[in-house]
Structure formats: structure tokens, C-alpha cells
Design a protein around this ligand. Structure first.
Ligand SMILES: NC(=O)c1ccc[n+]([C@@H]2O[C@H](COP(=O)([O-])OP(=O)(O)OC[C@H]3O[C@@H](n4cnc5c(N)ncnc54)[C@H](OP(=O)(O)O)[C@@H]3O)[C@@H](O)[C@H]2O)c1
Length: 258
């Protein structure tokens, strides 16, 4: 078993997930990262994380696939023997933004299959591992962190499937928070606003304009490191009497104004 705490980060190869991986590596966690890309295609970013001197396991597979989720967990337990933090970050936007009245079942199943179903069943699997760990060592305090979106409660009718998946993440957070509290396993939702990544690069001009017009009281883009810092606060144990909590990292976007 590794001596360091182990953080599992889905989609830790770029964007927000990479920001989280960098921060957790800086804090000397061993990392297990999963994404669909081949190891060769993400080697540069993995090497950058490894340069912090931490053990790193990379697994190429889809969160939507139950065999991949099982293999990923088996590999983590074989290599590291423990899981302290699960960060459910991987997610996709619809391949094409389409109005609610035109959205296809294929797109709905694609987005829900990864963002919601994949996240739920990976969480279920890891939660059972964490329960076993706590039973063996009641002193440890594993944590689960779900990366949702302002779209879990902000409506965008041209990507309804994404909004539904993120609203579901909010309920997954609350369900597991209640179910796992008896073992001291806390569950949190981080709700990012507009963050500069590949996902938002296709609508960069629109978001540049909205930000300039004041859509966020804090008038700038969010960056992956903003989310990394929030994850780090949770993992530090500073919020240990809170569970099921939503942490908005959105420059104040969620505040209603008149
Ligand atoms: N950017 C924003 O403004 C924003 C705002 C709110 C919430 N979020 C949420 O934050 C999370 C990260 O977003 P991002 O902006 O960093 O997106 P991104 O730049 O597109 O990165 C997504 C990551 O998830 C991985 N991934 C996608 N599908 C996967 C699958 N089926 N199995 C395993 N890994 C998969 C990707 O790797 P591969 O492509 O190699 O699989 C990549 O590492 C998502 O859940 C997103 O919904 C983003």
C-alpha cells in the first residue's frame, strides 16, 4: 500500500481535471486518472503531473463502460491498495448544441451515459471500497467530490441533456452524502461557472462577451486552478462537519440580481 493518500480523478488529463490533478500532486497525493485517450496522446500532461514526484496510475477507458470502471478500480487497488478521495470530474457536452425540441435520443444517451450513469456507478463502486477501508481503519476520512455545473440549476435550452445530467449530479451528491455519513465519508458538489477549457473553447467569443457585460460579479473567466483549489480545501478536512454541500466556484454567477 502506498504511504500517501490516493486521489482518483476522472478526466484528469486536461481542463478542470488537470487543474485538480496538478493541485493534488502538489499536495503529495498519489493519483489515479482515467480518460478515454490513449496514454500516448496524454503523455505530456501526465509527465507534467509526474514531475511533482508522486506515483501516478493512468487508465485509458470510458467512464460510461462498466467493464472500464471495474478494471480501473481493480488497477487502483492492486497498485495503491487504497482510495482516499474520489473526484468525479469527467464529463462531456453534447457533440452538437440543439434546441430541446430537436435534441436526439442518441445525444441524450451519450451525455447521460457518461456524465450521470458513469458517475453514479463509479461512485457506488468506490463508496463500497471506502466503506471497507473505514471499517478496517475508523480514523481515515475518505471524501467524494462531484464536479457538477451552474447548469445543474441554470437552464440552457440548447443543451438540455447536459443540464439534466448536471441536475442529476446534484442529487447523486445528496443521496450519497446521506447514505455514507455513518462511515464518516463526506460528499461534496463543486459547481463551476464559466471555466476556460477545451469544453468552452467552442463558445469562447460568446462567453468573452457575456463576461465583459457582467454575467459574473467577479469579472473574469474561471480557470482550472480555481477548481483545484476548492478540491484541495475539501480534501484538507477543513469542511469535515459539512456534507452534501454545494460549493459554487463561479465568480458569483449564481447570485440573483435585480
Ligand atoms: N469548462 C466549463 O466551463 C465547465 C463549467 C461547469 C462544469 N464543467 C464540468 O467540469 C468537468 C470538466 O470539464 P472541462 O471543461 O475540463 O472539460 P474538457 O476540457 O472537455 O475535459 C473533459 C475531461 O473528461 C474526460 N472524459 C470525457 N469523457 C470521458 C469518458 N467517457 N470517460 C472518461 N473520461 C472522459 C476527457 O478526456 P478524454 O476526452 O480523453 O476522454 C477530459 O480529460 C465536466 O464534468 C464539465 O461538465 C465545466
Amino acid at each position: 500500500m502506498v504511504s500517501q493518500k490516493v486521489a482518483v480523478i476522472t478526466g484528469g488529463t486536461r481542463g478542470i481535471g488537470l487543474g485538480i490533478a496538478r493541485k493534488m500532486a502538489e499536495e503529495d497525493c498519489a493519483l489515479a486518472i482515467m480518460s478515454r485517450s490513449s496514454e500516448e496522446n496524454v503523455r505530456n500532461n501526465l509527465n507534467e503531473i509526474k514531475s511533482f514526484g508522486i506515483p501516478l496510475l493512468y487508465y485509458s477507458g470510458s467512464l460510461a463502460d462498466s467493464n472500464c470502471r471495474r478494471t480501473f478500480c481493480d488497477k487502483i487497488m492492486n497498485r495503491f491498495g487504497r482510495i482516499d478521495f474520489l473526484v468525479n470530474n469527467a464529463g462531456v457536452a453534447p457533440k452538437e448544441r440543439k434546441d430541446l425540441l430537436e435534441m436526439t435520443e442518441e445525444s441524450y444517451n451519450y451525455v447521460i451515459g457518461i456524465n450521470l450513469n458513469g458517475t453514479f456507478f463509479l461512485t457506488q463502486k468506490v463508496a463500497n471500497i471506502m466503506i471497507r477501508e473505514v471499517k478496517e481503519n475508523p480514523k481515515i476520512k475518505p471524501k467524494i467530490i462531484n464536479i457538477s455545473s451552474i447548469n445543474s440549476c441554470t437552464i440552457s435550452v440548447n443543451r438540455g441533456e447536459y443540464c439534466i445530467s448536471k441536475a442529476g449530479i446534484s442529487m447523486i451528491t445528496q443521496l450519497f452524502a446521506v447514505r455514507l455519513a455513518q462511515w464518516g465519508i463526506n460528499v461534496y458538489e463543486i459547481r463551476p461557472g464559466i471555466i476556460q477549457t477545451d469544453m468552452t473553447s467552442v463558445v469562447k467569443d460568446k462567453y468573452n462577451r457575456l463576461i465583459k457585460e457582467g454575467v459574473n460579479p467577479i469579472c473574469r473567466w474561471g480557470y482550472p486552478e480555481d477548481i483545484g483549489k476548492a478540491v484541495s480545501v475539501i480534501c484538507s478536512g477543513s469542511l469535515d462537519f459539512s456534507t452534501g454541500e454545494v460549493i459554487n466556484v463561479d465568480g458569483g454567477f449564481h447570485l440573483r440580481r435585480l
